[in-house]
Structures are given as structure tokens and as C-alpha cells.
Design a binder for this molecule. Structure first.
Ligand code: GDD
Ligand code: MG
Length: 515
């Protein structure tokens, strides 16, 4: 993969955000100037003690022509990419997407990566029920893939979190893990650490992506980002410690029903808004170039250590919150608020490097209505809004700047119908860093891997939805007691209703979550 070299970075205390890099070549051919390097690193990448690969190859800048600086590229060759991908777990949060669509996503994930499918599907049976999702994944396992399927409402997963010391992830009414994409990802991280302990990286890819080739590129971009991090950090005079790679898509194609044409929008409807406010937050005087392009990046990856160290927000607030989380973690007052019952870790002073990479492929996914989008950006803004006063010092921002920004966010939400007159922006529920949880107990309560599909091939499949365990707790279905499990039309439409209401609950949950 060949990327443009990011044109600098901005540092805010412990947070260093790189300018966006752009994929310029998916499968570059080593050129003469790369050739010498090919011998050294292309064929024999070395793993450092931390498991991160050594130097990617930077193309020399054309001499004597400073205007060509932006053409400088960095290349990461397949062997290096593959060694990182073999250390990567990709978590795919899914709900009621058609199994064929989720299958396309799994098909696009490079074979070296382990895959964890965390499903919050509202029905068990039928061609698009969770059993079919699990079966679909098991086919990949049979072909040699490492993977794991879990349902978010699996009672043993709820118990495991409770015993591990994270009861806040449970819905007090049902005792199961709460609905939400953020909650699904949190479960995915805990599983990845518990069942793939040697993997160093974790990435996330939405299940409703219609272009398997885009998925392949996202994963390679993650790996390329991790490989390049030491180089990029050196440019900014620092050492990479925690690294996060966030994807900005080449475009988000949308069908315009009026013109009948596909329009290749640069940014999604929610991203446009959240990025605008993040750009105001992370502004640097004299630089007006668009800087933050990945505020809502559903597709992102990080070192496993970082994933374990981070507090996570619920639902769709999870991605925007990640931008301020490192600052929040470094601010002692907020740590008291957010993780009061957990010990702060001694290595909390690490620097977080955020790499933003724009892919060559577009992002085509399920279209959602305006109401969904409004709630999504309101949740994202809310996740920032309520914590801004706590990060002022850590980020080196003025109190007035932050106060003005909060006012602007509130006004925007009011004017655009996300909140009513007297209302506050929604407040995200924040979950503690998983390295404060007892993940040995988590695994103990979930049980040992079950080689239920084809253990003879030495392939791992974790039967985390074992029927016996499922029915032990007396419910017919993971999510909703009203689902009968029959495949007739009426039970199918009940399923659809339960999906709709669960989505509504996830989105509206934000407003209740400040408690
Ligand atoms: N496990 C699980 N549990 N998965 C969920 C849940 C849940 O409760 N809710 C949603 N998901 C999964 C969906 O199945 C889908 O694969 C993915 O999360 C994204 O959900 P969408 O409903 O498709 O979200 P979106 O397309 O509107 O927004 C996406 O893109 C935004 C940026 O444009 C999400 O990734 C956002 O988080 C992101 O900010
Ligand atoms: Mg989507």
C-alpha cells in the first residue's frame, strides 16, 4: 500500500493527531528506489518486542522542488502488512443485516485476521436469524479462518462482565448486556483479549458494508497505519505509544431518488457535523485546512493495549468520544467522574497517536433516515459537550474557547431539531477501561473455546451461543421473549418490530444515560 505522507500533526497534551494521509496505490510495485529496501525489509520484516513491525519504506521527496512535498509517499509492502494482519482481530458488530451482506464483509477481511462477529440480531431462526449468521461464520472457520461468534444478549456474556467487575454494561431490567453498537464493540474487545491473547491489534468494521473490496482495503489501511506509525511519529518528534488508525472513505455513494443518479458525497451526514465541531476544538491558529475528517469513523483500529486502556462510550457515541478520551484520561478530575471505582493505571501518561487515512474505495452501506442521523450526530456531539470542561487543561485549551464551543454545539442541536428548548445534549454512558476489569474471570465465566465445528482441523470456533446455555436461563431468544422462533410471517414481523424498538432504545438511551 502506498500512502501520501501526512503533512504534519497537531499535539494537544497527550494526544497527537496526524493530518489525513491518502491511499494512492493499493498494490504498489517496488520501484528502483524501493529495490534496495526490498532486500532489507520487504522480504524480512522484523517484529520488535512489542510485536510492532519495523520501518515501512518512505519514498524520497523529489529533490529541489518543495511544491512536490505533498507527493511524498510511504509504502508498506505485503509481507509487512500480512505480518500485522496476522496479529489483528477484526470485530464486526451486526444486527439484522442480511446474512449475505455480512458474509460479504467477512469475505473481504484478509485471511490472516481473526474475526469476531458480535451480533445483536433480534431473531434466532430463519435465513437471517443469528443461527444463520453463526453458521455463515463457521463456513469461514472450516476454510481455515480463526473466528468467534457471540450474541450480545448471551446470558453467560452478561454474567462474565458482571463477575469481571463491569456491571454497568448490563441493563438492570433484563440483566443482559445493553443494546448498542458501542456495547457490542466493548464485548468484542473483551473477547479478543480473552480468546486471542497474542493478537496485538484490534479493528472494527460495520456489518452493513456492501463492498467486500472496501473491507479488504480498510484492513490493509489499518495494518499500513500501524506499520507507518513509528515513521510518522518520528516526523513529529515523538515516539508512538498508543496508536489508532481511523478511516475516512473516498466517498459515501448515495442514491438520489429525484435525479435517479448515484452521488458520490465526500462525507456522511453525521460525520459532516461532528467533524465540523471537532475541527473547532482542535483548531490551530493560522491553519485553516480541514483537519479532522474521521470524527465518526465506524471503521477504525487500535493497538490492543490501547483498546484495553480506553474508556468507551455507548451506542453510536463511541467513535467521536474516542477523540477526547485520551485527554479525559489524563485529567484527574474526569477520571474520578468516569471510572471512580477503578484504580488509575501508572502508564496513563502515554501519548496517543491518531492516524487518519483516506481510502481509495468508497463506502456503501445501508441507507438510514434523517431521524437516525440526527440522533447519531446529537449523541456524538453530546459525548464531547459534557466532557469539554474536563479536558480544557489537558488539551491546553482556553476556558472561553471551550465555553463558546459548547454554546455553539447546543445552539446547533436546538436549531436543527435534535433537542428541545430546555434540554441538554444527550450524555453518553461511559464504560470503564477493560484493563480495570478481571478478564481472567470474564473468560472463566464464558468458558473455554468450544471446537464445535471442526476441531480436527485445528481451527478454532468458540461456541458462545451454545443452545443448552441459551435455554438454561428460560428465554426463547437472546433478545426478546416475544420471539417464538417459528419462521412464519407473523413471527418475522414481530422480529422486525423488536429490532426497530431496540434501535430506538439505543438511540434514545443517551438522554437517560447521564444518571
Ligand atoms: N452488536 C451490535 N449491537 N451491533 C450493532 C448494534 C448493537 O446494538 N447497533 C448497531 N450495530 C451495528 C450494525 O449492525 C452495523 O453493522 C454497525 O453497527 C453500524 O450501524 P448502522 O446502524 O449501520 O450505523 P450507521 O451506518 O448509521 O453509522 C455508522 O457509520 C457512522 C459514520 O458514518 C456507524 O458505524 C457509526 O458508529 C458511525 O459513526
Ligand atoms: Mg451503516
Amino acid at each position: 500500500m502506498r500512502y501520501t505522507l501526512p503533512l504534519g500533526s497537531r499535539s494537544f497534551g497527550p494526544l497527537c493527531i496526524m493530518h489525513q494521509a491518502k491511499v494512492v496505490e493499493l498494490e504498489p510495485r517496488p520501484t528502483n528506489s524501493d529495490a534496495a529496501l526490498v532486500d532489507q525489509d520487504y522480504d524480512a520484516p522484523e517484529l520488535s518486542a512489542s510485536g510492532r513491525t519495523s520501518s515501512p519504506q518512505r519514498r524520497p521527496k523529489p529533490r529541489g522542488d518543495p511544491s512536490q512535498d505533498s507527493a511524498s509517499t510511504v509504502t508498506v509492502f505485503p509481507k509487512q502488512l500480512n505480518s500485522i494482519l496476522a496479529e489483528t482481530v477484526i470485530v464486526v458488530p451486526c444486527k439484522d443485516e442480511e446474512v449475505e451482506v455480512i458474509k460479504g464483509v467477512v469475505a473481504g477481511i484478509p485471511g490472516g485476521c481473526a474475526v469476531i462477529l458480535v451480533s445483536n440480531c433480534s431473531r434466532q431462526y430463519g435465513e437471517n436469524g443469528w443461527e444463520a449468521q453463526a453458521r455463515m461464520l463457521s463456513e469461514f472457520i472450516d476454510w481455515g479462518r480463526e473466528g468467534c461468534f457471540v450474541h450480545q444478549k448471551y446470558c453467560a456474556a452478561a454474567r462474565a462482565f458482571k463477575e469481571a467487575g463491569v456491571p454497568e454494561i448490563l441493563d438492570p431490567e433484563t440483566g443482559r448486556i445493553r443494546n448498542g453498537k458501542g456495547e457490542g464493540m466493548y464485548l468484542g474487545i473483551a473477547l479478543a483479549r480473552s480468546y486471542f491473547p497474542k493478537h496485538q491489534y484490534i479493528g472494527f468494521i460495520d456489518a452493513d458494508n456492501r463492498i467486500p473490496g472496501s473491507v479488504t482495503e480498510y484492513c490493509k489501511a489499518y495494518a499500513g497505519g500501524f506499520a507507518s506509525a513509528p515513521l510518522f511519529a518520528a516526523e513529529s518528534g515523538s515516539t508512538p505509544e498508543d496508536v489508532m488508525v481511523r478511516i475516512c472513505w473516498a466517498s459515501k455513494p448515495k442514491h438520489n431518488s429525484k435525479t435517479g443518479r448515484i452521488e458520490f458525497m465526500e462525507q456522511g451526514r453525521s460525520s459532516r457535523i461532528v467533524n465540523t465541531f471537532l475541527n473547532k476544538l482542535f483548531v490551530v491558529e493560522g491553519e485553516d485546512r480541514e483537519f479532522i475528517t474521521t470524527g465518526n469513523a465506524g471503521e477504525h483500529a487500535m493497538t490492543m493495549e490501547m483498546a484495553l486502556r480506553m474508556q468507551m462510550a455507548n451506542g453510536y457515541a463511541i467513535e467521536p468520544f474516542q477523540f477526547i478520551e485520551p485527554l479525559l484520561r489524563h485529567s484527574s478530575s474526569s477520571r474520578r467522574d468516569a471510572v471512580d471505582s477503578f484504580e488509575s493505571k501508572p502508564n496513563d501518561s502515554r501519548t496517543t497517536h491518531v492516524l487518519q487515512i483516506k481510502t481509495a474505495n468508497p463506502h456503501l452501506h445501508r441507507e438510514t433516515n434523517n431521524d437516525h442521523i440526527t440522533k447519531m450526530w446529537a449523541a456524538g456531539l453530546g459525548a464531547l459537550y459534557h466532557h469539554l470542561p474536563s479536558i480544557t487543561t489537558a488539551a491546553g485549551l482556553g476556558t472561553k474557547t471551550v465555553a463558546d464551543l459548547r454554546k455553539a454545539m447546543h445552539r446547533f442541536a436546538l436549531e436543527n431539531g435534535a433537542i428541545e428548548d430546555t434540554e441538554e445534549l444527550p450524555c453518553a454512558r461511559i464504560y470503564p477501561p477493560l484493563d480495570c476489569a478481571d478478564l481472567d474471570l470474564f473468560r472463566y465465566y464464558l468458558g473455554e473455546p468450544c471446537l464445535s465445528y471442526d476441531g480436527s482441523k485445528g481451527l478454532w470456533f468458540y461456541g458462545l451461543v451454545e443452545e443448552r446455555a441459551w435455554f438454561n436461563d428460560g428465554s426463547d431468544s437472546p433478545t426478546d421473549q416475544s420471539i417464538s422462533g417459528s419462521e412464519n410471517e407473523s413471527s418475522y414481523s414481530d422480529d422486525r418490530r423488536s429490532f426497530a424498538s431496540s434501535e430506538e432504545e439505543v438511540l434514545s438511551d443517551f438522554s437517560k444515560s447521564g444518571e
